[in-house]
Design a binder for this molecule. Structure first.
Ligand SMILES: *[C@@H]1O[C@H](CO)[C@@H](O)[C@H](O)[C@H]1NC(C)=O
Ligand SMILES: *[C@@H]1O[C@H](CO)[C@@H](O)[C@H](O)[C@H]1NC(C)=O
Ligand SMILES: *[C@@H]1O[C@H](CO)[C@@H](O)[C@H](O)[C@H]1NC(C)=O
Ligand SMILES: *[C@@H]1O[C@H](CO)[C@@H](O)[C@H](O)[C@H]1NC(C)=O
Ligand SMILES: *[C@@H]1O[C@H](CO)[C@@H](O)[C@H](O)[C@H]1NC(C)=O
Ligand SMILES: *[C@@H]1O[C@H](CO)[C@@H](O)[C@H](O)[C@H]1NC(C)=O
Ligand SMILES: *[C@@H]1O[C@H](CO)[C@@H](O)[C@H](O)[C@H]1NC(C)=O
Length: 332
């Protein structure tokens, strides 16, 4: 009898010890867990969050990830969910260790970007794309100084671009394409640091000229097509530049194309539907990877012979004032 009791005692002690060891191996921080439940509740306990079970370690939940060092929630990636409706919850800012925040392909996500987001000082990547979030892009986004990547594409943002975005001194990629942005590109954007290499502002209603300071920035990728941009962009090009893809098609650009030079790595130069005049620069024959489209402009003269220029389709050149020579008909 006595022996049996002590045996049971030892057994329960063992169970206690192993369960307390289990407790220690739970990585999730209780504060983070509480906030995640508030977010789940904010979205009406949508099915998307069904796996967020209070009895399990939140570091292993769908949508979120913990930092391996701090065990705090560092990533929140909510993507492709029809049942997530309403606005971005203020409580998202109560996950103070967030480095990456993504809301992507959420057709029923609406409202504006909450100002609480400025508390997320560790954010390096912010994506709100393919949603119905709207309103002006709030100037306070410029306070998220650690951002290296900002993607606000494919939403319903309107009004002009806030100059304060140029305060993001670590930005490597900026996407504001496919919104309803208007006004001119802020002059402060000429002040971006040398870290900015990927810029997408296409499919908006941006007008005016591009910032002069862009001549000094090491852009690799620029997509600014389908706006109402005016003036001269020739200072973006030159042997010394790093630009590989430049799409400025369907704008109102007006400049002399004749004597430009290009970096050898230039792959795509799409300038169709502008008011560009002069002739095709001779340097184009030196570019081995070139895809060019200068259709629907006001260019004249013979297409230079060599490089890829004769391999391109005639539709790369048609609808100009008087371009001629292969692949267009011979010059008269
Ligand atoms: C979300 O939007 C889709 C249409 O995009 C609609 O059919 C659906 O009912 C919406 N769901 C909710 C929960 O609002
Ligand atoms: C915005 O909402 C409309 C209507 O509900 C929907 O058709 C559209 O797909 C949504 N946009 C995005 C980018 O999800
Ligand atoms: C950027 O993040 C670091 C830690 O990751 C933090 O110490 C710093 O305060 C942040 N910078 C700003 C301007 O918030
Ligand atoms: C997008 O914004 C425009 C006004 O800028 C508004 O008329 C339209 O209803 C918005 N669309 C959605 C789906 O919110
Ligand atoms: C550009 O930066 C300089 C120095 O940081 C500042 O003096 C100037 O006002 C800025 N220009 C714009 C248009 O923001
Ligand atoms: C090109 O860069 C070199 C050094 O990298 C510099 O010496 C030269 O002045 C630059 N040329 C132009 C036209 O900017
Ligand atoms: C060049 O652009 C024009 C106008 O958008 C288009 O019709 C044509 O197909 C394009 N050509 C090529 C080769 O992409």
């Amino acid at each position: 009898m006595e022996k049996k009791t002590s045996y049971l005692y030892i057994l329960s002690l063992l169970i206690f010890l192993s369960s307390s060891e289990l407790c220690q191996s739970i990585r999730c921080h209780p504060e983070d867990k509480k906030v995640l439940f508030q977010i789940k509740q904010h979205f009406g306990n949508a099915y998307t969050f069904a796996s967020w079970n209070p009895d399990t370690d939140c570091c292993y939940w769908y949508i979120v990830k913990c930092d391996p060092r701090t065990n705090r929630i560092s990533r929140f990636n909510l993507i492709t969910a029809d049942d997530v409706s309403g606005h971005i919850p203020d409580t998202i800012a109560d996950l103070p260790y967030l480095q990456s925040l993504t809301f992507h392909k959420l057709p029923n996500l609406t409202g504006t970007i909450p100002s609480s987001i400025t508390r997320l000082t560790k954010l390096t990547s912010l994506t709100i794309s393919w949603t119905n979030v709207s309103g002006p892009i709030p100037p306070f986004i410029g306070e998220l100084k650690n951002l290296t990547f900002l993607d606000l594409s494919f939403n319903n943002f309107s009004d002009s671009i806030p100059p304060s975005l140029a305060d993001l001194r670590n930005l490597n990629g900026l996407r504001l394409d496919r919104n309803q942005l208007s006004g001119s590109i802020p002059e402060s954007f000429g002040n971006f640091t040398l870290s900015l290499q990927y810029l997408y502002l296409s499919h908006n209603q941006l007008s005016g000229e591009i910032p002069k300071g862009w001549g000094d920035l090491p852009f690799i990728f620029m997509e600014l097509q389908r706006n109402r941009l005016e003036g001269d962009i020739s200072f973006l090009f030159g042997k010394n530049k790093s630009i590989q893809v430049a799409d400025f098609s369907r704008n109102l650009l007006q400049f002399d194309f004749s004597n430009l030079q290009f970096p050898d790595d230039l792959g795509t130069l799409d300038l169709n539907h502008n008011k560009i005049y002069g002739s095709l620069p001779e340097d184009l024959v030196n570019l081995d990877r070139l895809f060019l489209n200068v259709s629907y402009n006001r260019l004249c003269g013979k297409i230079p012979s060599g490089g890829r220029l004769q391999e391109l389709d005639y539709t790369s050149y048609f609808h100009n004032r008087c371009l001629c020579g292969s692949p267009l008909p011979d010059c008269k």
